[in-house]
Write a new protein. Structure first.
Ligand code: SAH
Length: 243
């Protein structure tokens, strides 16, 4: 019997992958994952066996990983960022349940961390991470969480802020937040972190509401302690010196 290692490979570039993740990939007999991520790994592991699939087949990919492990292969399943944050770890654990295949999870640098670092330090105080994808969770539940987090004063970090089929969700989310925060609240966008086209933008909450979002963005929404310092988005922890 083989096993499954679910590996978060970080935002994209090799330097942002942990040494532990790299070692686990090196040891694996086969690497299973979404095409964008396996393409990055093919450049590093030239001799490795790969199996890739398209966007919406996470279940199929996990089922396949379980079968590969049962056939005796050390099977690596890769997710971008951290595999346990909107990744493949939970599904792999659920689908391996009762099959005798053991599953190990190796953490990675999630987009909240890598994006925050590019922008400055927006997550220095309490924050909430919310995915705006309504493929698996009803839209009302998502907007309810955005509202609750905004009312509670959390800095917000939004994953999956939009796509061509979900143009309105970021506008709606900003609408909820604007009930509790002024339109000039500092916000940030980190895009294509660790990949070609990487970039950041600092803008106000009012401007963010009218922005067209896509799947390659992670969005940060400041709170009353967030400021722009020398072009960086910074949330104060509360030290006297930070005033
Ligand atoms: N497991 C991943 C998240 C997958 S959900 C992680 O831990 O980072 C997909 C969303 O994550 C994207 O829509 C985007 O909001 C964010 N994301 C993932 N990788 C990114 C990158 N390289 N640059 C910007 N955002 C990214």
């Amino acid at each position: 019997m083989g096993d499954i290692t679910v590996i978060g490979i970080g935002p994209g570039r090799q330097g942002a992958m942990t040494i532990e993740a790299m070692e686990a990939l090196r040891k694996a007999d086969i690497i299973v994952g979404y095409r964008t991520y396996t393409a990055l790994l093919r450049e590093i592991f030239l001799e490795k066996r790969f199996e890739e699939s398209g966007m919406r087949s996470e279940e199929e990919r996990c089922r396949r990983a379980v079968a590969l492990a049962q056939s005796g292969l050390g099977t690596a399943v890769v997710s971008s960022g951290d595999a346990g944050i909107y990744g493949m770890a939970g599904l792999c654990l659920a689908m391996a349940e009762g099959t005798g295949v053991s599953v190990r999870v190796i953490p990675g640098v999630t987009a909240a961390s890598s994006g925050a670092a590019l922008l400055g330090a927006p997550l220095e105080n309490d924050f909430a991470v919310i995915s705006l994808s309504d493929l698996l969770i009803p839209r009302e539940e998502i907007l309810g969480r955005v509202r609750a987090a905004a009312e509670s004063g959390f800095v917000l970090c939004l994953y999956n802020p939009g796509s061509h089929t979900r143009r309105e969700i970021l506008r709606e989310a900003c609408g909820e937040i604007l009930r509790y925060r002024p339109a000039d609240t500092p916000c940030g966008i980190a895009r294509s972190i660790g990949r070609g086209g990487e970039g950041v933008e600092i803008l106000t909450l009012g401007e963010l509401r009218d922005r067209e979002a896509d799947m390659l963005m992670t969005v940060f929404i400041g709170n009353c302690r967030t400021r722009v310092l020398s072009g960086k988005l910074v949330t104060a922890r509360g030290y006297k010196e930070e005033k």
